[in-house]
Design a protein around this ligand. Structure first.
Ligand code: DAH
Length: 346
């Protein structure tokens, strides 16, 4: 067809008719694709008809335009319908083919893994939320007050040397322990309350198999009117039984921390040798895991609470340590190494 001629209507309909037949006759996806290109592709016959619209005499232009539009829509609908039929036929053929084994395993895609620290943190959180604790999140960049002063560790105190500190230029520091959240909690909530705050802590120290400059702790704090060591012990036993998925024997030894009085080291029976004595527990049958104690009156005061009215217990669980024991990880540095081979073991 060249230019506008009388009989354009017949020509257009002839083209459309041919296209419809070709669509119905296309028996493969490839054949259908060719029909599609020939009809409605950029240089396709119906597309060319479209482009002739401006050359038609004005009186007939509208009718011609409407016709071509309709033909194009019909062709596109027929193409889509035929495509669906062909796809369905392919699926049917595949299913009918008895050499097609639907039980063959698919291609395995590598899967991501939940980090063991996250696994254990989740567990600790669910144990404590079931006992009515809030789970809180506090800043890693802390004030000297929250990290030390408020915890009864003034600047001259020898306990400062036990935790080598990353100081920032502006006088802040990277928290050396999650205990820095204790007075934050006391300022945030009206007692009585109970909360845990898990997180990263930082120490300026040389690294080796059991020391890392960045590691994880969970702090726990409960404030109420009558709080005793028995509450503390029972909560710790519940926690450890849930995490280690067995009954563990625990014992308390006196331990010194300026922010608790009395303070304890909580040991658990060695999970490697079952308490008989081995190199991991240095033949003692016990592993030191969980420092804790009753909150020191000075700390309560720093948190704005009256020690005559309120008491509390606190613990600082070494999460990294717990993960190592739970999964038998021999080197703490593996935990934050980002090594996919290590992670894939979980
Ligand atoms: N913050 C201490 C540390 O990292 C651990 C600790 C000891 C936390 C006794 C406590 C506690 O809450 O009561 O070494």
């Amino acid at each position: 067809m060249t230019g506008a001629q009388p009989g354009w209507q017949g020509d257009a309909e002839a083209i459309a008719g041919k296209t419809m037949q070709a669509i119905a006759a296309a028996s493969t996806m490839e054949a259908l694709r060719q029909v599609e290109v020939r009809a409605v592709g950029r240089q396709g016959e119906i597309s060319l008809l479209m482009r002739q619209i401006p050359t038609i005499p004005p009186a007939e232009r509208k009718a011609f335009g409407q016709l071509v539009n309709r033909l194009q829509q019909e062709a596109e609908a027929a193409l889509a319908q035929r495509k669906e039929q062909l796809i369905q036929a392919l699926i049917d053929a595949e299913l009918a083919d008895d050499t097609f084994d639907v039980t063959l395993p698919g291609i395995a895609r590598p899967r991501g893994h939940v980090h063991p620290l996250a696994l254990v943190t989740d567990k600790v959180e669910s144990v404590f939320t079931s006992m009515g604790f809030h789970v809180l999140d506090y800043p890693e960049v802390e004030s000297e007050f929250n990290n030390f002063e408020a915890l009864n560790i003034p600047s001259w105190h020898p306990a400062r040397d036990m935790q080598d500190t990353f100081w920032l230029d502006d006088g802040h520091l990277l928290r050396t322990h999650t205990s820095s959240g204790q007075v934050r909690t006391m300022h945030q909530f009206a007692p009585p309350f109970r909360a845990i705050f898990p997180g990263k802590v930082f120490r300026y120290e040389a690294t080796d198999a059991s020391h890392e400059h960045t590691f994880h702790q969970v702090e726990g704090l409960m404030i109420d009117r009558h709080v005793s060591v028995a509450h503390l012990l029972d909560s710790m036993r519940t926690l450890l039984t849930a995490i280690l998925e067995r009954d563990v024997e625990i014992r308390l030894r006196p331990g010194y921390f300026p922010f608790v009085e009395p303070g304890f080291e909580l040991d658990i029976s060695c999970q490697v040798c079952g308490g008989k004595g081995c190199p991991v527990c240095k033949q003692s049958g016990w592993l030191e895991l969980l420092p804790c104690g009753l909150v020191h009156p000075q700390v309560l005061r720093a948190g704005g609470l009256d020690p005559a009215e309120w008491q509390g217990w606190a613990f600082g669980l070494g999460l990294s340590r717990l993960v190592m024991m739970r999964y038998g990880v021999p080197d703490v540095r593996l935990l934050l190494s980002g090594d996919a081979r290590f992670l894939s073991a979980f």
